[in-house]
Design a binder for this molecule. Structure first.
Ligand SMILES: [Ca+2]
Ligand SMILES: [Ca+2]
Length: 299
């Protein structure tokens, strides 16, 4: 963790297991405590989803939250202002669990329609937005207006003939929902907006995003400026970029922030209290040696 005065703490082992721990995601609650989910590979080749929370400098014992399902993948986590924790992942179907106080619900299937690479965003009051890739190469959206009690039917929001994949979702302070995704084959980054009346606009291409790219992440600040980071192909290797849409609707040119000669891949994007962007990615220093990198950018 990085303190408010800029020092990084020592690395802390959250999973504390003898087996492979992989694919972690993090969310921070109102009190500043981080909550982490990840995939844990067992000795008999099962994969389960685990959770731990840090409070008073202590990480809770890792807890298996994926129930009896033995093959699980790609968790994501969000927290509302009541401190309820919401987690989705792929376990055949798209699984969802909620932590309320100290109690976890049993996993439920919120859709069985081909969920891949899910991402979750939870608004303050507990409205939940989930996007994922469907097998037919479309980006699909699910919504819960009531903190996970009920869910809408899956809705195709990409609706393109291209292979649509790697989506992320967020909402602004008024409740407008923004989804960004990549279209394979050099067709760039696209986004769609759900207005506060619940109606989706047509997907729009983000200007200047023509190269091969993937793994977009999206954030919106209090002013309504939109920030998107992604991995894009440059000179036959990958770099990390970000672009910004200002409040008058103009997109900036994408800025290359990794500028390294080896592969750079995402993703995590945050907005710091100062207004700066925090971006985390991995660099392939040598084959099989990926290291985690971090940068802050004043947009
Ligand atoms: Ca498509
Ligand atoms: Ca690079």
């Amino acid at each position: 963790m990085k303190s408010s005065t800029g020092e990084w703490s020592d690395t802390e082992n959250v999973s504390r297991s003898q087996t492979l721990s992989f694919g972690s995601r993090i969310a921070v609650d109102n009190n500043g405590n981080p909550h982490v989910v990840w995939e844990e590979y067992t000795e008999n080749n099962e994969i389960h989803i685990y959770y731990s929370k840090r409070k008073n400098n202590i990480w809770s014992n890792p807890l298996k939250i994926s129930g009896n399902s033995t093959s699980n993948d790609i968790p994501d986590i969000g927290i509302d202002d009541q401190g309820r924790v919401h987690v989705v992942w792929m376990g055949g179907a798209l699984k969802y669990v909620r932590k309320d106080g100290d109690n976890w619900t049993q996993p439920i299937d919120i859709t069985t329609l081909g969920p891949m690479n899910p991402a979750i965003y939870v608004e303050k009051e507990g409205k939940i937005h989930v996007v994922y890739e469907h097998w037919d190469h479309e980006i699909v959206y699910l919504y819960s207006p009531d903190a996970g009690s009920t869910w809408t039917e899956p809705m195709n929001i990409s609706n393109s003939s291209y292979y649509s994949w790697t989506a992320d979702v967020t909402a602004d302070k008024d409740g407008k929902v923004y989804v960004v995704w990549s279209e394979k084959g050099g067709n760039g980054l696209w986004y769609a907006v759900k207005d506060t009346d619940g109606v989706w606009g047509n997907p729009q291409k983000i200007p200047g995003t023509t190269q091969y790219l993937w793994l977009p992440a999206i954030q919106i600040n209090e002013k309504g400026e939109i920030f998107i980071s992604y991995s894009g192909l440059v000179n036959e290797q990958w770099d990390i970029f970000y672009t910004k849409k200002d409040t008058t609707g103009n997109w900036s040119n994408s800025i290359n922030i990794s500028q390294t000669s080896q592969n750079s891949n995402g993703w995590s994007l945050g907005i710091l209290p100062s207004g700066a962007l925090s971006i985390v990615w991995v660099e392939e220093l040598t084959q099989d040696n990926w290291e985690i990198y971090y940068d802050e950018v004043s947009p």
